[in-house]
Design a protein around this ligand. Sequence first.
Ligand SMILES: [Zn+2]
Length: 482
Amino acid sequence: MTILLDNATVVTMDGRRPVLEGQSLLIDQGVIAAIGADLKPERLGGAERIDCSGRIVMPGLVNTHSHLTEILQRSFRDNARMETWREYRMRTEEIADLSPEEVGLAARLACAEMLKSGVTAVVDHFSTRTGIGLDKVKASFQAFVQTGIRAVLAPSLRDRDFLRVLESRSPIGTSPDPAQGRWRDNFLALLEHVEKFPKTVSLMPGPSNPLNCSDSLLREVSEVAERYDLGIHTHLLETRLQYWGAKKLYRGGLVAHLNRIGFLSPRLSAAHGVWLEEREMELLASAGVSVVHNPASNLKLGSGIARVGELRRRGVNVALGTDGGDTSDSYSIFEQMRLAAFLSRVGKEDSGEWVTAGEALRMGTVNGAEAVPAWRGRIGRVRVGSRADLVILRPRIGLYPLNDVMQQLVFCGGGDSVDTVLVDGEIVVRGGRLVRVDEEALIEEVRPISERMWKIYSRIRKRPNKVISNIQKLYAKVRRKA
Ligand SMILES: [Zn+2]
């Protein structure tokens, strides 16, 4: 398929020429084949021509940390910190025991929402109780392909429970849970299966959090990633309790430990990093690890504010993520860019350390692509040779008067203005409507699944819960020791 986007204002993400006026883009075989002011559409034969006069073309946004099935528990909880939220989320899923079909529908709805708001690539850090089977992974892949989004699925892995380790004060590197020992075979079977899907979808291992993994599991993950040239995705030091616990469990802190066991590398993208110390930031920078900032989730769950200015000053690649549908509670990267820029100014006298609009846009595009080996150098920019993951904005009233395109996309929010979206050169949103998905029907299909889960949650939250009272005790202890 050949498409010509004619006469557009183009946000390139090129440092020297970030915005170009009156440009045409030729898209051929999924790739941006040419960009210029003098591409003549009449010479292009059968190409579809889209008149982009008065429109803005920008790279598709990259959501580098997300959990798609959490859309089913959207806005179930308000004032719950991460550990409490997680306990309820898992118990609700455990009882609901979602079928592969239900997992697929949830993923489709989240992907549909993302595409409509200009997100063209997503890391789905996939976990679901009562476990991740091949059927559920297949259903997720089908959802990616059906909606047309680019995706890397990172099945969550764990072989111990950090809170239990904290309570029992077991030594580090305790023997892994034998039930999880088969992860490698399962993962390799998935990897083989993924070959049958288009190249826009892929897989990487996703240890849930190094605190929930034995050293032997983390070493195996590194080996598999190296052998098959994959990324690795994880959560890292999201909450104060994790920070406090990691200090107790690991000499010199968690990041130094991960460095000692060889887990840090440019393959790794680590979500949150709210509680990183400066030495830890330096270790991440020198190992080439990317950090994924999830500002909305960190605010909603009261986890804190990641020190993005300090991370960037040390040379860490910082990308953006939405986290799940019940922690942020949206899948919009436009929203994360705005929050990232604004939050970087809290308590910072020196305006030179603030995240500017241009930097926030980089975090939501190029940096997201750089964080994931499958995407590195292939998406995130508008330039010849990149895969054609593009968003065409038709500016709506909140963007006028249009004075500075980059600032306004971040500060005024461009989500409402998304008109057309291309992934790998295919149009998946046109005129603000999803091309491959019946949106109304999908909403109706997901509604009863979520209602069933809401009923389950309403029942279980009334019951006494030992895990939650332990979490409260642990937080009280953390506060006393502070
Ligand atoms: Zn997460």
